[in-house]
Design a protein around this ligand. Structure first.
Ligand SMILES: [Zn+2]
Ligand SMILES: [Zn+2]
Length: 300
């Protein structure tokens, strides 16, 4: 099994001279198993080029897993050429929202006020499935789905195949006390409530560590540095240092940090990688880390 990066930029596409090395396309990853079965994770603008690369192997059958439906994770979808071609089959799976099914949300995104092509004009066979926490089997892939912490329902995927495991977190942030924050409780009742909340928060965060336990390759939302994070708390993203800490606790083998902050330049990412690797070396850690880079293939 391998994972290839087609888009690893967070929030919005960032073409330009300062993002040539790591790339400016938003979230999209290709996973293949030893039988060449295809899984696509998220449909950011990276999907356009992935779609072009798939043109040489028509007719296609693929499962597409959507972590969530924020723009940066779906906007490549109507630009994926194979989706327009009859004979190709795409099974799309993603989270539901309040009273809307995943299919409703995806159809709305192609409303004529936003986009000139209608869903009915896509020539391939498309199926839509609402995804919840649980275990799914697609071909020889077994997918364990977990809810992550983001302003909208977001799914993390643990993919088992060929004796290896890959986790993609989608967009996520560590759980924290959203009621009291750093404020002290003013009476005994509030003290009890705060303690209960913290216990719940810790449980949720431990659940993430367990989800990543002994995983071979983790692709983790690492939008911020630890220094930047406090000003962006609540925006739904994780710091590199926190992701490293979680992966260390979970004994993950390889961490690919992704969803790069849109203003982050290639030079800054190179510098950060040097610094983070040096810190890990000092602690004698065995964890291998890298920043996701467009067109790069990672093998668990
Ligand atoms: Zn995102
Ligand atoms: Zn998001």
């Amino acid at each position: 099994m391998f994972l290839k990066v087609w888009g690893c930029r967070g929030s919005l596409p960032t073409p330009g001279s300062t993002t040539v090395k790591y790339g400016g396309n938003t979230s999209c990853y290709e996973i293949r198993n030893n039988d060449n079965e295809l899984l696509i994770l998220d449909a950011g603008t990276g999907l356009r080029e992935l779609g072009n690369s798939l043109m040489k192997e028509l007719p296609l059958k693929a499962h597409m897993l959507f972590s969530h439906t924020h723009w940066d994770h779906i906007m490549g979808y109507p630009f994926c050429v194979p989706i327009f071609i009859p004979g190709n089959v795409f099974h799309l799976h993603g989270p539901t929202h309040f009273n809307s099914s995943f299919e409703d949300v995806m159809t709305k995104s192609m409303d004529y006020t936003f986009f000139p092509v209608r869903m009915q004009e896509l020539g391939s066979t498309l199926t839509f499935e609402d995804m919840k926490e649980g275990v799914y089997e697609f071909g020889s892939f077994t997918i364990n789905v977990k809810y992550m912490n983001h302003p909208i329902l977001c799914l993390g995927f643990k993919i088992n195949c060929d004796g290896k495991t890959i986790v993609y977190t989608g967009d996520t942030e560590p759980y924290y006390d959203t009621v009291y924050g750093d404020n002290e409780p003013s009476d005994e009742d509030e003290e009890i409530e705060k303690a209960e909340l913290l216990e719940f928060v810790n449980l949720q965060n431990e659940g993430i560590v367990e989800f990543l336990r002994d995983v071979d390759l983790v692709v983790y939302d690492c939008t911020y540095t630890a220094e930047e994070y406090p000003a962006k708390k609540g925006w739904g993203h994780t710091s590199m240092e926190h992701a490293i800490d979680v992966c260390e606790k979970a004994k993950v083998k390889q961490l690919i940090m992704t969803h790069h902050e849109p203003t982050r330049t290639d030079e800054q990412l190179d510098e950060l990688l040097k610094k983070l690797r040096a810190q890990l070396k000092n602690t004698n850690s065995k964890l291998v880390i890298d920043f996701a880079r467009e067109k790069q293939t990672y093998t668990p």
